[in-house]
Write a protein that binds this ligand. Structure first.
Ligand SMILES: Nc1ncnc2c1ncn2[C@@H]1O[C@H](COP(=O)(O)OP(=O)(O)O)[C@@H](O)[C@H]1O
Ligand SMILES: [Mg+2]
Length: 551
């Protein structure tokens, strides 16, 4: 007998977003033991950095990890940021999809409001324990235990304590988590923190590791990065889905025409008229709340119609780390022999999304040392990837940065085998809208314009490295030649004295040595004589790769 429809649907249920993420933890980065721990640290550190940047505070963060049992740790994250006021504390850390950064079109690390609450959930489902939070702000100190009611996706607060007094400001979150692992691998917490320090020279960060070691990455620059500016999206970067989203969220504009004009960059009244002419069956006078999918699709198509010419978006939204700051930071942490940083103007991809690539190369010294490798181990290259200063540790091979860097013909830059060189290649992609390959936000999609710009930026730094290595090779050759010439001096001096039939070999020898020394030191100062110059590869040809160089 077939089951009745009623019976099948007896099990019909609704789930909260918290229950959804409980089942799909990997979407939040909770997959694999090492990665799960790194994810927790990442969420707390990015929140502290965002909060400090917004409050104009030079960030000081301490991460403490204590091993409690096998694969069970206590993670404490503490910052000197603005803290969270009591009335928002529960939602901020105990409710999924709640936060201050939602729908804000600006360059910040967090966006969805699922980072910190995701950690609260992870602690809860692996150890059954709430997180303990202490928030200091406006002469108050609030502490409580916090968990999420997963069924209703709402915060549960217990043991709330309030004190008044001068406590300064900041947030401290303590979470007990299991099924995680601390290690020194290139996916671990230490590496994550080291890379965060590299891209955030204004940050002072300390890691108290489970084995009792304390690592402090001191601040190398006192400038607070500019506050992220909220910008309007450019029409060319819009998908149909985005347009519907924006329209249905609209509360003030009563007409589609005014909504388009008010909410998007470079969309003037005359542009609205042009779009109107291209979409005769769309009513631009109706409420944006009523915009239908087919209509939005038509508008987006009209936006991309080649007859409509757009002014490129302003690139104000793009906030780079800065050339000087990157150099300081690399010198501070890697102590390399040589550093080159490129500074290139922002570009646009997909016609409407501004972005900027910062690239740097560190060579020699501590550059290219694999984390956790034994003392004296051979060097090997490393590619340090970032999106808006947040390190990307996972999904290395599917990332546009890796693809662009590995695609460069490094031999042309005097590097015999890129993999085995003491080199760190640093790339930061800044944009309000980073094209991640997936919700895990660990790899950048291969947008053609982005890949090309990464390649150009890295090659520009590589040319400086080539010049440096060229000079180094020349100096070495010169030293060898000088040594070879000096070898003949004693014999030659004796022969000269004999031929001339007068003089004294010792003083001739002294004079010859002086002449040779002067010649070779002169060459070094002058940057080499002609004969030596010819040994160097012709710069232009050696430095340029085919015809695909700059734009
Ligand atoms: N260390 C912190 N200091 C101040 N506010 C914070 C801190 N951590 C989190 N918050 C607040 O909690 C909100 C939620 O954080 P989170 O769940 O990580 O989402 P997101 O970072 O995507 O907004 C943030 O938007 C912010 O308002
Ligand atoms: Mg966050």
């Amino acid at each position: 007998m077939p089951t009745s429809t009623e019976k099948i649907f007896a099990e019909f249920k609704e789930h909260s977003v918290a229950e959804f993420f409980k089942k799909n933890q990997q979407m939040l980065g909770f997959s694999g033991k090492t990665r799960s721990l790194t994810t927790i640290v990442h969420e707390y550190v990015t929140n502290s950095l965002d909060a400090c940047e917004e409050a104009g505070i030079l960030p000081e963060i301490t991460i403490t990890i204590v091993e409690l049992d096998r694969e069970r740790y206590r993670v404490v994250a503490e910052d000197n940021g603005p803290g969270i006021p009591e009335k928002h504390l529960g939602k901020a850390l105990g409710q999924m999809l709640a936060g201050t950064k939602f729908h804000r079109y600006c360059q910040q690390r967090g966006q969805q409001g699922i980072g910190a609450s995701g950690c609260t959930m992870y602690a809860q489902i692996t150890t059954g324990k709430p997180v303990h939070v202490v928030s200091r702000y406006d002469r108050k100190r609030i502490s409580c235990d916090l968990s999420i009611d997963l069924k209703s996706n709402s915060p549960r607060i217990a043991n709330l304590l309030k004190e008044e007094g001068d406590f300064g400001s900041g947030l401290r979150v303590e979470a007990e988590v299991a099924e995680v692992k601390y290690d020194m691998s290139s996916f671990g917490v230490y590496e994550y923190i080291r890379r965060t320090a590299l891209a955030n020279p204004h940050l002072q960060i300390t890691l108290n590791a489970p084995d009792g070691q304390k690592f402090t990455f001191p601040r190398s620059d006192n400038r607070i990065p500019p506050k992220p500016v909220v910008v309007q999206p450019h029409p060319l970067g819009l998908s149909t889905n985005d347009l519907i989203d924006f329209a249905h969220r609209e509360k003030e504009c009563r007409k589609i025409s005014s909504f388009l004009q008010e909410r998007f960059a470079r969309l003037s009244a005359s542009k609205v008229d042009e779009l109107r002419a291209l979409c005769p069956d769309v009513d631009f006078e109706k409420n944006p709340q009523e915009l239908q999918w087919q209509e939005a699709e038509k508008i987006v198509k009209a936006i991309h119609n080649e007859k409509v010419k757009w002014i490129a978006p302003s690139t104000d939204s793009v906030i780079p780390i800065g050339r000087e700051q990157i150099e300081k930071s690399l010198r501070n942490i890697l102590a390399p022999e040589f550093v080159a940083v490129t500074e290139r103007p922002p570009k646009i991809y997909k016609g409407g999304i501004p972005f900027m690539v910062e690239a740097a190369i560190a060579y020699g010294g501590g550059a290219g040392k694999k984390n956790g490798a034994p003392e004296g181990a051979a060097a090997s290259s490393e590619i340090i990837r970032y999106a808006n200063r947040a390190p990307l540790l996972f999904d290395n091979s599917g990332c546009a940065i890796t693809e662009a860097v590995k695609g460069i013909d490094w031999k042309r830059y005097k590097l015999k085998d890129f993999e085995e060189e003491p080199i760190s290649v640093f790339v930061n992609l800044c944009s309000v809208y980073v094209p991640y390959t997936s919700a895990g936000k660990q790899a950048i999609a291969d947008e053609e314009e982005v890949v090309q710009e990464i390649r150009n930026a890295v090659m520009e730094a590589a040319r400086e490295l080539q010049r440096y290595l060229g000079g180094k090779h020349r100096e070495r050759d010169r030293a060898e030649r000088k040594k070879a010439v000096l070898r003949y001096v004693p014999q030659l001096s004796r022969d000269l004295v004999e031929l001339a039939g007068k003089g004294d070999a010792k003083s001739v020898e002294k004079e010859l040595v002086r002449l040779i020394e002067t010649k070779y030191s002169g060459q070094i100062e002058n940057g080499g004589d002609e004969e030596e110059e010819a040994l160097e590869e012709p710069e232009e040809k050696g430095g340029k790769e085919g015809g695909d160089e700059e734009e």
